[in-house]
Design a protein around this ligand. Structure first.
Ligand SMILES: [Zn+2]
Length: 342
């Protein structure tokens, strides 16, 4: 199956009333774990790479790993997404490379750290939408900023998304999907106790969804940081402080209110680290990388499978034929950048 665009994947999710996990990759084992999970649960999937990942793995390696995923698993629709593009140039390089979706994060300036003003955000996002839609590629924008730092990206400050401003942003930019800030943050240390609806500002999602019922909403920083994964790391010599992530039932609540893409990265990192620590603890003399990477891959796969089932994407891989980028470009031309779900 050719790659699908994220727009089509999210339109289908919207029709089916489910959410789709977007999992970050840096290397072979992560790509494999995600695809094994998608195959075992028959799920469409978004694989995403941050600029940090593209640097770490080298663009070409990463892109071809992702492409290999679609060859090995021809029945699974896969969208390749640039996570947190810091400017039009980064987004363009992802599009040139073959990504079917890009995020232009204009909530921060190009340094990926300084909170940007609204007009800057509209301008750079609009620029990317014009460039991307021309060739059928999907665009995710972000309004408001998350806490935490991810791969050196993030201001560390939280500013929640304003629902009225979200309406103006979507109208002026024509984005396909909008990342909203509701108080979550990147990384493992999101909350110091289990967050409730107030802490998570779920009302913002509900309000934006009422005002923009046809916009696909995106939750970033949405790892759940399961205690059992943290416990394995600490049991085998790790030192992760007590921490809470976004509970899966809150994500499911978001899915009822228009959340279609859920970004998960930390949970896979925790699963891999725990499995590797455990493997070395059990056999300190081992030195074949496969000895510890295989259980790491298995542990990541189990987390991804659990999320795919919880988000509702499981079972939906065979629902549709992927549109080509040319077909999507045609559609955008007809729609005149209007955001309507299928
Ligand atoms: Zn993010």
């Amino acid at each position: 199956m050719p790659l699908v665009t994220m727009r089509q994947l999210l339109d289908e999710a919207s029709k089916g009333g489910y959410g789709v996990g977007a999992f970050n990759v840096n290397n072979l084992e992560q790509v494999q774990a995600i695809m094994m999970a998608a195959s075992e649960t028959n799920s469409p999937v978004i694989i995403q790479a941050s600029s940090g990942a593209r640097k770490y793995a080298n663009d070409r390696f990463l892109y071809h790993l992702m492409l290999a995923a679609t060859e090995v698993y021809p029945d699974i629709p896969v969208a390749l997404h640039q996570d947190h593009g810091n400017g039009p140039a980064t987004c363009k390089s992802a599009i040139d490379l073959g990504f079917t979706s890009v995020m232009m994060d204009g909530s921060l300036e190009e340094d990926g750290k300084t909170p940007a003003d609204f007009e800057y955000n509209v301008r750079v996002t609009r620029e990317v939408v014009e460039m991307a839609h021309e060739v059928g590629v999907t665009v995710e924008g972000e309004l408001g900023t998350l806490g935490g730092i991810e791969d050196g990206h993030g201001s560390g400050e939280v500013s929640l998304t304003d629902p009225d401003q979200a309406v103006e942003f979507v109208e002026r930019t024509g984005v396909d999907a909008l990342a909203v800030a509701i108080g979550t943050s990147h990384g493992a240390y999101k909350f110091t106790k289990e967050p409730d609806r107030e802490v998570l500002a779920m009302n913002i999602i509900e309000e934006i969804n009422q005002k923009l019922p046809n916009t696909h909403l995106v939750m970033h920083g949405s790892s759940s940081v399961p205690k059992e994964l943290v416990d394995i790391i600490n049991e085998y010599g790790g030192e992760i402080r007590p921490t809470w992530g976004v509970p899966v039932h809150e994500i499911q609540e978001g899915i009822k209110h228009g959340v279609r893409k859920i970004n998960v990265d930390t949970d896979l990192r925790l699963a891999a680290t725990g499995a590797i620590r455990k493997a070395f603890n059990e056999d300190p003399g081992a030195f074949d990388p496969r000895f510890y990477l295989k259980p790491a891959r298995e542990a990541m796969k189990e987390v991804v499978k659990a999320r795919m089932e919880a988000f509702g994407q499981a079972g939906h891989a065979g629902d549709y034929e992927p549109l080509t980028l040319e077909e999507m470009a045609e559609r955008y031309k007809k729609e005149g950048h209007q955001l309507t779900t299928g």
